[in-house]
Design a protein. Sequence first.
Length: 322
Amino acid sequence: MEATHLDATVELPTLLTGSGAVETASGGSSGTVHSLAYTEWPFCGVPKGDVAAGEAVDTVIAVHGLTRNGRDFDYVAQQLCKFYRVICVHMPGRWKSDWLPDGSCYSYPQYLADIKGLVAHLGVKKFHWLGTSMGGILGIMLAALPDCPFTIGRMVINDVGPFVPVSALRHIGTYVGQDPQFKDIAEAKEYCMATYGNFGLSTQDWDYLIPFSVRPITDRPGVQYALHYDPKIGQAFGDPTKLTDVQFWDVWNNIRVDSILLLRGAASGLLLPEVASEMKEKFLTTHAPETFKLVEFPGIGHAPGLMSEDQIRPIIDFFSVL
């Protein structure tokens, strides 16, 4: 069977916030909802045992980085769907998902609520996880939730950990939430290649990604495109003097997954080498040595783009050993 994909949405409650505090855990009296979009790559492999054609042994949920969207995973999803059903999420404010009413709504409580709602919509009790940067943090948080109605089996964490240095956050703050405008696709591509140069993507890779990375603009003279995300997602990065190191080792110490593949750009300033080593050390205090693998990509920063064969292969090998 050939790999194909379809786009879908699910309506989920919006957590309204005030002064940084969540006022309602389920939409509350506001009744506010938003549409969460995702791209599904149905299982297209050779059925094994009792698995019928078109069904998957299990599901992989993939979540992108802060300013990106689920189409970043197209290349890896086309290979993963030979073994699994793959769900690539577009978090709120990105690509076809709704923009939220206020910048303070773009928070980890909202993102966690959205993933839990999506999992319930998909009807799965156990799944695997592939998360880049913000998506990796979400996976760690999900896997550490107490009394969770689902479990995560295998987890791929792409270039992030439970300690993020303030220097990396300040760098992200130099571009996140900006609303650059482009006169044409070529100018948009030039911007993305400069801003996300650490991904290790080729010109051809960006030719593929640009249609998913920009939105058309029709009401501004001389402007045809802008980035395909809500600029308000960067609200938390607005004042660089208020940024500090972020750490959540207490969450990491409570993570419950079967095995982990940690990917790191060898030149990453966000996932430091000593943090990666400590992640492994802490995880292996309660797991067998073979359950944690670290793979580094020379010459790549934050975060590996997962579009080249050398970056995709470790993921496929990790997930395909059944």
